[in-house]
Design a protein around this ligand. Structure first.
Ligand SMILES: Nc1nc2c(ncn2[C@@H]2O[C@H](COP(=O)(O)OP(=O)(O)OP(=O)(O)O)[C@@H](O)[C@H]2O)c(=O)[nH]1
Length: 355
């Protein structure tokens, strides 16, 4: 079965693959029906040319459906699983088979019922009831035609029983279809919830809850990755250490909540001052790190000045007009002689203290 993906099944699309798998299962049942018809031929209930004709029609219908699914053209249909179309073909093929048989319709009818039950997997109760009604109609038309044209091949009592048995499929299948479609909805809701929970867990893992930018471990991981890339491509990598000066006083004079607002606003301004490819993270309480891939020392100094004016140049709405937030910035370049990223970060921190 492992060799199937890519050859018989579309290997790169799990939903298409599931549709083709389901189709192949139904095609196997058709294969069984053709084999069973061979027994009918031996019993004299079906003529050889009619068996060949039925087999050819079944093979052509299935080849067409497979080509639609495998080429991806099914995606253009309202229901890309083609369940409605497949069920429609089941009803027509069942009608044709029942018409051509001279007796023993019950046995093959069972296999067609199995094929109809595939509809339960995709159709809702209303659609399945309509399908069951259409199946009944096809059967009734087929045996009605036998009664008209070959009365010797028609047994009223048996056909009546078949029709009654077929009619029980409608409510039973409808019940299963509604149950399965409820389960499908439930599964979809659970998948959405799971996806949301995954995203939240990811955010909790990598984002700083106060500022929404990368947390310490995420910015360190980013720098580590960029450092390896810079080494490989022989490109420069700069880091800027940003420390808010006397932040303790802001907390003390205007409250911790005001301090939080200032930190959030600082993070927002920093984000607005760097490129999308640059890394920005909260390193500690009032300390931030900015990583600049492919930036040399001059570029890092220019960015540092821009960051300073972003923070110091405008007032913070959480603070009185006269109050300004000051910052100390330090820059550093990563060297290939550094044993790890911490040396460059430490150099930037020391640089911020001396500045
Ligand atoms: N509001 C708020 N304050 C924080 C947060 N994290 C750390 N701080 C505060 O930041 C201050 C950091 O103090 P220090 O390390 O002495 O830094 P500073 O007061 O800016 O002094 P210098 O860096 O030496 O200029 C402390 O008062 C912490 O309580 C936070 O999430 N929210």
């Amino acid at each position: 079965m492992n060799a199937l993906p890519g050859v018989i099944l579309p290997g790169n699309d799990p939903r298409q693959s599931l549709r083709v798998r389901r189709f192949l299962l139904a095609a196997t049942v058709y294969g069984l029906a053709i084999a069973l018809m061979g027994l009918y031929v031996r019993q004299g209930l079906l003529a050889i040319p009619e068996w060949q004709f039925l087999s050819l029609v079944i093979v052509l219908v299935n080849a067409g459906l497979y080509a639609l699914l495998r080429s991806g053209r099914n995606e253009r249909f309202v229901d890309p699983s083609l369940t409605g179309l497949q069920m429609f073909m089941v009803c027509l093929l069942m009608g044709l088979t029942m018409y051509l048989l001279d007796g023993g319709r019950g046995g093959l009818l069972l296999l067609f019922l199995v094929l109809l039950m595939f509809g339960v997997l995709r159709l809702n109760a209303r659609q399945f009831t309509a399908l069951g009604g259409f199946a009944l109609l096809c059967y009734a038309v087929a045996v009605g035609a036998v009664w008209q044209q070959r009365p010797e091949a028609f047994n009223a009592q048996v056909e009546l029983l078949h029709l009654v048995a077929l009619s029980t499929l409608v409510p039973c299948g409808g019940f299963f279809a509604s149950h399965v479609s409820r389960l499908r909805r439930l599964l979809r809701d659970r998948q959405i919830e799971l996806q949301r929970a995954r995203e939240e867990a990811h955010d909790l893992r990598v984002l700083d809850p106060l500022t929404g930018i990368s947390n310490r471990s995420a910015i360190i991981a980013f720098i580590d990755q960029e450092w390896q890339r810079a080494e490989r491509l022989d490109q420069p990598l700069a880091v800027i250490f940003v420390d808010l000066v006397h932040f303790k006083r802001i907390n003390r004079e205007y409250s911790h909540a005001t301090g939080d607002d200032v930190l959030r606003e600082v993070a927002r301004r920093l984000r607005g001052c760097v490129r999308d490819i640059d890394g920005l993270g909260r390193y500690g309480g009032e300390e931030f790190l900015v990583a600049l891939p492919d930036a040399d020392a001059d570029e890092a100094a220019r960015v540092a000045e821009r960051l300073r004016s972003c923070i110091e140049g405008q007032r913070f709405t959480a603070l009185p007009v006269r109050e300004r937030v000051r910052c100390a910035l330090g820059t550093s370049m990563f060297h290939s002689s550094d044993p790890d990223i911490w040396q460059a970060i430490e150099r930037a921190r020391i640089d911020s203290e001396s500045g």
